[in-house]
Design a protein. Structure first.
Length: 34
């Protein structure tokens, strides 16, 4: 369970980082989906 919690927190951090990168991409290219 401890490893599962660590993996979940890491996945959430990676997802948040991906969202931040997407925000910068959207600001540069509004037509870009990914």
């Amino acid at each position: 369970m401890f490893l599962l919690g660590v993996n979940t927190s890491v996945a959430v951090q990676v997802f948040m980082l991906f969202v931040l990168l997407n925000d910068t991409f959207f600001q540069r290219r509004p037509y870009c989906i990914f």
